[in-house]
Design a protein around this ligand. Sequence first.
Ligand code: TRP
Length: 337
Amino acid sequence: MSPDSTPHVILTGDRTTGPLHLGHYVGSLRSRVELQHAHTQYLLLADSQALTDNAHAPDKVRHNVLEVALDYLAVGIDPNLSTICVQSALPALSELTLLYLNFVSVARLERNPTIKDEIQARGFGRDIPAGFLCYPAAQAADITAFKATLVPIGDDQTPIIEQTNEIVRRLNRQAARPLLAEARALVPRIGRLPGVDGKAKMSKSQGNALPLSASDDEIAAAVKSMYTDPRHLRASDPGQIEGNVVFTYLDAFDPDAEMVADLKAQYQRGGLGDMTLKRRLTEILQAIIAPIRERRARYSGDLGYVWDVLRAGTERGRTVTETTRKVVIEGLGLFRL
Ligand code: TRP
């Protein structure tokens, strides 16, 4: 499933604010497991970025570095194929951020659609932490420091890649040579997975998420509670597909697309009960989550190994990011002692 045949340097990551869930699995984790075979892939446990709207909860941010690392390993990210780094342990990223902030205006940061939406969603108003407003510059530092050419990212984050490339062009113009390369966003084909309650976004804070450690019973209960079509009272009634969360999930997870198409036709005609449909989805989700949950439990029992993975990955990340730091300092012609 590589985006094209050229090997890329890939960087992506997650804010460490909570364990990952099924929405992350369909949206990004699943494709990272494939991408790691054909490309050089770095994964960033973005604890510094998590702090930009969690300064009141550094314990949570720290604790979730390990939780997210466990999720990575549990879904099949192989530390021999992907490099997992802890953001706050890479000082070159902070230094590049500070330099890049001189190549972007406050007005431009405030115009970034991702930031605008997030400010609104979080109700920050003018009390927005400066670090939050500036996180696109920090993300530009992440992307360029790793020399990433491809950045898998949710569609809500594409303005950040645009802004990264603007900063890159400005720096290159200032240095009068191509110090840094531009990057391309890789947006997943499958749209965002709704929460089990049908709300637009699956999120732990909304209480509508299925964690990657969900038990069979939790999965069954979540599917049972799913919204279908309120007018589909008897199995014989014709039912609606649009807005029917069970079908949205079947589209995302059922490996047999032809069967899903048949089920949809049957549902619309009438004659297919919600129970039958939900049983199928429950079994599919249980089959996906069970091995992830089991691997996660195994790694949780061997945190020493997880620490070793993070230490080794961060060390490799340090080498790459330090190189870029030097390139930028020299390219700008700053004083060096
Ligand atoms: N912003 C990403 C998120 O919300 C996390 C992230 C931090 C990231 N640095 C990155 C993603 C660099 C891609 C590249 O989860």
